[in-house]
Design a protein around this ligand. Sequence first.
Ligand SMILES: NC(=O)c1ccc[n+]([C@@H]2O[C@H](COP(=O)([O-])OP(=O)(O)OC[C@H]3O[C@@H](n4cnc5c(N)ncnc54)[C@H](O)[C@@H]3O)[C@@H](O)[C@H]2O)c1
Length: 111
Amino acid sequence: MEQHLDKVLITGGAGYVGAHVAVALLDAGWPVAILDDFSNSDPSVVARVARITGKVPELYQGDVRDRALLRRALGHGVATVVHCAGLKAVAESYEVFLSNKDYLAAEEEAA
Ligand SMILES: NC(=O)c1ccc[n+]([C@@H]2O[C@H](COP(=O)([O-])OP(=O)(O)OC[C@H]3O[C@@H](n4cnc5c(N)ncnc54)[C@H](O)[C@@H]3O)[C@@H](O)[C@H]2O)c1
C-alpha cells in the first residue's frame, strides 16, 4: 500500500539549497510546493527539478512576505515548511532588513 505523505512547502525552492531539498523530497515521494519570487533564481530551475524527479512541484511565484500569497500556499494540505527564501550573505540581509519598511511594519503589527 502506498504511504500518504503530507505536502512540504519550500520557500526559496528555486534557489541553491531549496532546489536540492525539493529534488530529495520529491524523490522520496513527498508532495512539494515551491514558493519563490525568483529574485536570485530562475523559473527554469523548477522545470529542471520536475525533469530530474519526474514530478512537477506546485509553484507559487511571489514574495514570502506577501501574506495573502503565503496563506494561499499554506492552504492546500501543507504540513511542513522548509524556509530557504533568504539572502545569501549575512551583510546583505542586514542591509535589507534595516531598509525594509514592510518587515518593520509587520514587526510593529505583531508587537
Ligand atoms: N548556500 C549555502 O551554502 C548556505 C549555507 C548555509 C546557509 N545558507 C542559507 O540558506 C538560505 C538559502 O541559501 P541559497 O544558497 O539556497 O540561496 P539562493 O539565493 O540560491 O536561494 C534563495 C532563494 O530564495 C528566493 N528568495 C529570496 N528572497 C525571497 C523572498 N523575499 N520571497 C520569496 N523568495 C525569495 C531567491 O529567488 C532564491 O531562489 C540563505 O538564507 C542562506 O544564507 C546557505
